[in-house]
Design a protein around this ligand. Structure first.
Ligand SMILES: NC(=O)c1ccc[n+]([C@@H]2O[C@H](COP(=O)([O-])OP(=O)(O)OC[C@H]3O[C@@H](n4cnc5c(N)ncnc54)[C@H](OP(=O)(O)O)[C@@H]3O)[C@@H](O)[C@H]2O)c1
Length: 297
């Protein structure tokens, strides 16, 4: 059934997601802080709203895919934010990778207006967003999840309800980001190790892909690492933000994850060296600099 949808946040991920919702026949009202990105989608059938509140007034389900917790808070609770336009029976679906405690707080604020929330972060990158094959990990009331499922199925290939608590989706996504960050560091280290030993990185990668070392990270990110084209994809700054949320969660849980902690420090170093806006596979740069070899060429 075609729904009246809203979409807020038309970045690398939000733009292809919105495009897929339009192609699936949904009416979509959009808002983006930088208006030009919203106007670009008007040509494909989106209605451009003047504020997040206006999006919420015109939609049954309001989706958002924003940079970080601060952006989601601003869009929901700020002047002319979602809270000012949303009401009973509506659902706010946050597809951003957000801090789980922030998601829980926003859900309570939305409940005060009679609306429900799902935190439903995604994995699969810009490639998965364009293909509509994302893995979506949702937290929130089962009834809201069931209601939004047909819409989420346009965006993703695997949609998992992680639990009734808003924040459950975020914790699942942070677990995902622990694995992605460590895998990217492992890929960089393995290729640099091989190059230092005189192996051809391309031939090595082919061999690795046939055994237990194979992974989605190897499949999707190897071309970037070998070509040195670090146009994002997922940004270094985004990966670091996610590992910061992992660290916040660990502090609240009062335990440590040593490898995730180390990879967070590496991403911090990479961002500080001026690579924050590159693809997160650029972590190979740090391994190359330490070893004095390059895997490109
Ligand atoms: N890229 C990936 O591979 C990937 C994969 C999985 C999940 N994610 C998650 O998806 C989310 C979006 O990522 P992305 O790669 O699409 O990021 P992006 O291209 O940087 O887009 C970020 C969006 O957030 C908006 N924004 C930032 N700060 C804002 C503020 N204070 N108020 C209002 N809007 C604000 C930006 O608006 P402007 O256009 O005005 O800057 C833009 O629409 C993030 O939470 C990320 O962790 C990303």
């Amino acid at each position: 059934m075609a729904e009246r949808l809203g979409f807020i946040g038309l970045g690398l991920m939000g733009t292809p997601m919105t495009r897929n919702l339009l192609r699936a026949g949904h009416a979509v009202t959009v808002w983006n802080r930088t208006r030009a990105k919203a106007e670009a989608l008007a040509a494909e059938g989106a209605r451009v709203a003047a504020s997040p509140a206006a999006v919420a007034r015109g939609a049954n389900i309001v989706l958002a895919c924003l940079a970080d917790a601060a952006a989601v808070e601003a869009v929901v609770t700020g002047p002319e934010g979602v809270l000012a336009g949303i009401g009973p029976g509506q659902v706010f679906v946050d597809l951003s990778t957000n801090s789980p405690p922030v998601s829980a707080r926003l859900a309570a604020a939305l409940a005060g207006r009679g609306a429900q929330m799902l935190d439903a972060p995604v994995s699969g990158g810009d490639v998965g967003a364009a293909a509509g094959t994302l893995s979506i990990m949702a937290g929130g009331p089962a009834a809201a999840f069931r209601r939004c499922l047909p819409v989420l199925e346009v965006l993703g290939g695997r949609i998992t309800h992680m639990g009734e608590a808003v924040g459950a989706g975020g914790y699942a996504k942070l677990a995902n980001q622990i694995m992605v960050g460590i895998h990217l560091a492992a890929l960089g280290e393995a290729l640099v190790f091989g190059a230092k030993a005189g192996l051809d990185p391309r031939r090595l990668a082919g061999a690795l892909a046939g055994g237990l070392a194979n992974s989605e990270v190897l499949r999707v990110k190897l071309p970037k690492v070998l070509s040195g084209d670090f146009a994002p994809g997922g940004r270094v700054a985004t990966q670091l933000k996610d590992l910061d949320y992992v660290a916040e969660s660990l502090a609240a849980m009062d335990f440590e994850l040593p490898v995730a902690g180390l990879v967070r420090e590496l991403y911090r170093e990479l961002a500080a060296a001026g690579h924050a806006d590159e693809d997160h596979s650029a972590i190979v740069r740090l391994c190359e600099a330490r070893a004095g070899v390059t895997v490109r060429g």
